[in-house]
Design a protein around this ligand. Structure first.
Ligand SMILES: [Zn+2]
Length: 97
């Protein structure tokens, strides 16, 4: 069974895309970012090979200034966000369903 069908089977109702919005600390620009659930977060496994959680890291650059916003999210195995850390900006819309 391929990776795609396994993921699809596990969460048939979920969108592949996850959107969030960060606000730049320097200029106040609000930047909407798309995360691809299937490709971008890195799964972490326990000793039995089961996914325990996912880690997602992204450097976000707005269009109004050169302040780099560093985003780090942790999701549990059901893709619920369990922690978020944003450096250089602020998470204003987690858009968590
Ligand atoms: Zn900015």
């Amino acid at each position: 069974m391929g990776l795609f069908s396994r993921l699809f089977q596990k969460s048939p109702q979920q969108d592949r895309n996850f959107y969030y919005t960060v606000k730049c600390n320097r200029c106040g620009e609000e930047i909407r970012v798309r995360m691809d659930r299937m490709n971008e977060p890195s799964p972490e496994y326990d000793e039995k090979g089961r996914v325990t959680h996912y880690i997602y890291r992204k450097d976000v650059l707005g269009q109004k200034c050169f302040n780099l916003i560093q985003v780090e999210f942790v999701f549990n195995s059901n893709f619920e966000m369990i922690s978020s850390q944003v450096t250089g900006g602020k998470l204003i819309e987690p858009d968590v369903k």
